[in-house]
Design a protein around this ligand. Sequence first.
Ligand code: B12
Length: 214
Amino acid sequence: MSILAEIQKAVFDGDESKTIDLVNKALAEGIAAQEIVDNGLVKGLHDCGAGYEAGQKFIPEMLMAAEAMKSSMKILKPHLSAGSEGGNLGKVVLATVEGDVHDIGLELVATMLGSAGFDVVFMGPDVPTEKIIATVKEEKPKLLGLSALLTNTMDVMPFILKKLEKEGLRNSLKVIIGGAPVSQDFADRIGAEGYAYDAAAAVPVSKKLVSQLA
Ligand code: B12
């Protein structure tokens, strides 16, 4: 079994210490951090999600897999780079919408945007809409990134956009959305300027959006 397949299995099994050991070993062998994320950790989490859907895995096991991923991300974070030019591309506020506790994907987006030169304000998961509006008022970001992993929380996104408009905040910033149930089509329908399938794709889309603000 390749080391990436071993990492995938260790995450699937929710074995945090084994995952960490393997991630350190993979780094020492010269495997790129992004490769470890994409072809080891994320695959293990997806397998776990599929197991949950099939009734073979349960919430505590999903949580253990998530913890194994999160601890590994702490090790990998300094090694992940989106090719920063070192410049300040402006402020981005990132939040997972209210009612949704998933934040692993958003953390990856934060890491990538941060290393690309954005000043990231990370609000974390399950953020009440009012708190997002208040933070936009206070931080005056160029970009707001919203995440949703549940089909029933993605509908909070258009609500947030309407609130921003009502408060007169909509013209001063661009909005990018993401998360497994979200799509370019959904972004177009709700009037979000940007969508990205994953954290790597979020970088060029975000750069393009902020350049349109100047
Ligand atoms: C780990 C996990 C959990 C953990 C979350 C821990 C945490 N701190 O995040 C726990 C155990 C807490 C959990 C709980 C639940 N979960 Co859950 N979970 C998952 C799982 C296995 C992995 C998610 C993940 O982290 N993926 C890895 C990351 C890297 O990928 P990602 O999140 O998609 O993010 C990438 C892109 O989407 C994108 N992206 C994400 N956000 C953003 C934002 C922006 C701005 C941009 C540009 C891009 C972007 O970039 C990211 C990086 O590349 C998924 C299964 C799956 N296949 O996704 C189910 C899944 C999302 N969960 C599911 C469910 C049902 C639940 C629960 C409702 C279960 C329950 N009955 O209680 C609860 C929800 C509680 C709540 N109120 O939110 C379902 C959702 C079904 C649906 N369509 O609605 C899934 C799909 C499992 C399944 N197959 O049924 N879960």
